[in-house]
Write a protein that binds this ligand. Structure first.
Ligand SMILES: Cc1cc2nc3c(=O)[nH]c(=O)nc-3n(C[C@H](O)[C@H](O)[C@H](O)COP(=O)(O)OP(=O)(O)OC[C@H]3O[C@@H](n4cnc5c(N)ncnc54)[C@H](O)[C@@H]3O)c2cc1C
Ligand SMILES: C[S@@+](CC[C@H](N)C(=O)[O-])C[C@H]1O[C@@H](n2cnc3c(N)ncnc32)[C@H](O)[C@@H]1O
Length: 640
């Protein structure tokens, strides 16, 4: 488990330069922060000249600090008529400032005020992991990696074009300059990748050289006589953290399935300028699981901050940011961030939940523990127990989200939707995938196909994993049937206050049941769940008189989604170490009971993989949702 993040607080030295008492060093040259950024970090990497005309340009930084290097780089990108189409800036930080601290510090740099305000507006909570933030309609992307460089750097999956080394001075902050750090950076580099730093320390030069970089001294900034620049020139082929970016004959993709998974992929690819054909077998989008009347969203937490907890945190935070951006762009969503209260089962569970919150030391804006009395006043109803409080969580009507994402793609002129059309089979011809109708006619063809069609994906291509179909029924509770509830309640079921006093209770989890009609038995099960969440609330409700909604979840054996390039199963049998994939075929599948949490991140992960851009997840998390994981495990065990 990562150690808790300890945020930094603004402090200054005698010259008024931002200063870290913990490290005993200043955040930038006393001569000028932005000036140092331009001379040392941009200039040392020969920017903006080296990024001219690039489609994607990726910069990695060690030490985000106040973000001056990022802001100065963004400013240079804005001013450059031949700027790259997409600029990725990925920066590692162990002690992020809180938003207010950042604002105090940014106030000192008048030339960066407007960009700084944009950064502050979306600045994330100090939570471990990657935080992806988009600016300039996605053309500038900042990925903040909050954590210790020793944990985080080796987990990045990206190909860097330029590297800014900006830890505090090596004699005060040695862990930012170790040979292990330089080796890990070499895994992110390609021949020709450049490095720049203000320090000329011998140990740094030697560590860079040992990792395959050729260092060179250059004139320094301000009162510093010299600085260091370097170029990656390895003596043998490096081990790459991200495969070489795939090449496409055209930037056209087909997405199969117009639910939460497909709509998010469409929106994320459209934002990158792809033209998309969306194929849906029903007459309109969100007609299956994503047509459920309301879904709740909140991250999972665990004391050991498990893979699932980290993944749901990444999915939840990215979704919130993107949903706000959709609204800001004028697309209507039906949702409420009314908070989710995850109610303890009993006193022991309550004590465990309280201990978990104390151990994780997460900001209360993300997760808190509420004892019974505070939980009751938050929820507006008398609770039997306290539990976890997720203040930014809530509920969403999934179909509205799907519609908003498709509208956003349409606004870019990037999408053709073919409804009432079933993808019956896939065939490869030359550079293209063809999607075939039952009688063999070609419905559409493109270099990239994304399967977002839930269980039916396994019929189109072998996935190496059984995807279970798990029926779920929700029960609709008309206005007046419950005391009015102010938050979502979760636990052994969930209760969503879906507007106008009505509520949605759920959900059943039925194996091997294909009944699409709501049943009285299903309603009775949901009322029993409701009774456990909110004792005394369900006794007067008659399951025979209530209506419901039924959908089918798509669940992988480990309950995690399948997101990314699809495996080539026959080739995996021959050589699992080669991680063979079907070129141009991707999946966004198995969203189980967490479609709202997975979909946005899934869309971004697929789009990043298609474009060869930095992944929005750490490597161990990307591996945990890799659609090839089951096939690879089996092949490695000799199971094929
Ligand atoms: C009762 C219930 C309650 C739930 N509650 C929540 C909740 O509270 N919070 C939450 O986050 N999630 C919840 N979920 C889960 C969530 O609904 C799903 O994870 C999500 O909707 C899955 O989205 P999807 O796009 O993968 O699948 P779907 O919405 O099923 O979309 C797949 C689409 O692919 C189309 N398709 C399939 N095959 C083909 C083909 N061959 N050709 C063309 N089109 C095809 C289908 O018609 C469908 O429109 C719940 C699910 C259920 C059933
Ligand atoms: C010189 S400052 C960076 C200034 C920054 N680049 C800017 O433009 O404002 C160095 C940063 O490295 C961070 N840091 C120090 N040790 C670290 C570690 N082990 N892992 C990650 N970040 C670390 C510090 O918290 C500090 O913010």
């Amino acid at each position: 488990m990562n150690s808790p993040l300890i945020p930094a607080t603004p402090a200054f030295d005698a010259t008024g330069t931002p200063y870290s008492p913990e490290y005993g060093d200043v955040y930038h040259s006393a001569d000028s922060g932005p000036g140092q950024a331009r001379h040392v970090f941009l200039g040392g990497n020969e920017l903006p000249a080296r990024w001219a005309g690039a489609r994607v340009f990726t910069i990695v930084e060690t030490g985000f600090g106040i973000g001056l290097n990022f802001l100065a780089t963004w400013q240079a990108w804005r001013a450059d008529p031949v700027r790259p189409k997409r600029l990725h800036f990925v920066s590692i930080e162990k002690h992020p400032f809180a938003r207010e601290g950042l604002a105090t510090l940014h106030a000192r740099y008048s030339e960066l005020t407007s960009l700084a305000a944009e950064l502050q507006a979306v600045w994330p909570l100090p939570l471990p992991g990657l935080h992806r933030l988009h600016f300039e309609d996605g053309r500038v992307t900042l990925t903040l990696a909050f954590g210790d460089i020793a944990d985080v750097l080796s987990k990045l999956r990206l190909a860097a074009d330029a590297i800014y080394l900006d830890g505090f001075a090596p004699d005060r902050n040695s862990e930012m300059w170790t040979s292990a750090v330089m080796k890990a950076l070499a895994r992110l580099a390609r021949p020709g990748t450049t490095v720049a730093t203000y320090t000329t320390a011998r140990a740094v030069r030697d560590a860079l050289a040992a990792a395959g970089f050729v260092p060179e001294l250059r004139p320094g900034f301000g009162r510093k006589r010299q600085m260091l620049a370097a170029r990656f020139s390895p003596s043998r082929p490096p081990r790459l953290a991200l495969p070489v970016a795939p090449q496409w004959s055209e930037r056209r993709a087909i997405v199969i399935g117009a639910g939460l998974a497909g709509a998010a992929v469409v929106e994320r690819l459209a934002a990158r300028g792809w033209a998309i054909e969306l194929i849906e077998r029903h007459a309109g989008p969100a007609a299956e699981a994503s047509g459920m009347p309301a879904g709740s969203f909140h991250p999972q937490v665990s004391r050991d901050d498990s893979i699932l907890s980290r993944l749901t945190r990444a999915g939840f935070l990215y979704a919130l940011d993107r949903w706000r951006a959709l609204e800001a762009a004028g697309h209507r969503l039906e949702w409420q961030r009314c908070g989710v209260l995850q109610v303890a089962k009993d006193a022991r569970d309550e004590a465990r939940m309280a201990a978990t919150v104390r151990a994780l030391v997460f900001p209360a804006g993300y997760l808190d523990f509420l004892p019974r009395a505070s939980a009751s006043s938050r929820a507006g109803v008398e609770m039997n127990a306290g539990g976890w409080w997720f203040p930014e969580s809530g509920w969403m009507r999934p179909a509205e989200l799907v519609a908003a994402q498709l509208a956003a793609a349409r606004a870019r002129g990037a999408i053709a939707i073919r409804t009432s059309t079933t993808a019956h089979a896939l065939a490869r011809e030359g550079d293209l995938w063809r999607v075939l109708a039952p009688e063999g006619a070609v419905i559409a063809s493109a270099p990239v196909v994304v399967l977002a069609n839930s269980h039916d994906a396994a019929r189109l291509v072998p996935l190496g994993a059984p995807l279970k179909r798990v029926r779920g029924q929700l029960t609709l509770l008309p206005a007046g049937s419950l005391p009015s509830l102010r938050t979502v309640l979760a636990g052994l079921g969930h209760l969503v206050p879906a507007g106008n006093g009505a509520a949605v209770a759920g959900a059943t989890y039925d194996f091997e049941d294909e009944d699409t009609a709501p049943s009285e038995e299903g309603n009775a099960g949901n009322l029993a769940r409701l009774e456990r969440l909110l004792p005394g609330s369900a006794a007067h409700l008659d399951p025979a008189r209530l209506t419901g909604a039924v959908g089918f979840r798509c669940v992988a054996p480990d309950r995690l989604p399948l997101i990314g390039a699809l495996p080539d199963i026959p080739a995996t049998r021959v050589d699992p170490r080669a991680l063979p994939r079907l070129h141009g075929l991707y999946g966004a599948l198995g969203y189980a009971s967490r479609g709202l949490t997975w979909a946005m991140l899934g869309g971004e992960l697929v789009a990043s993989a298609v474009e060869g851009e930095p992944l929005p997840l750490e490597g161990d998390l990307a591996d945990a949702v890799d659609p090839a994981r089951f096939a690879l495990r089996r092949a490695r065990r000799g199971g094929f």
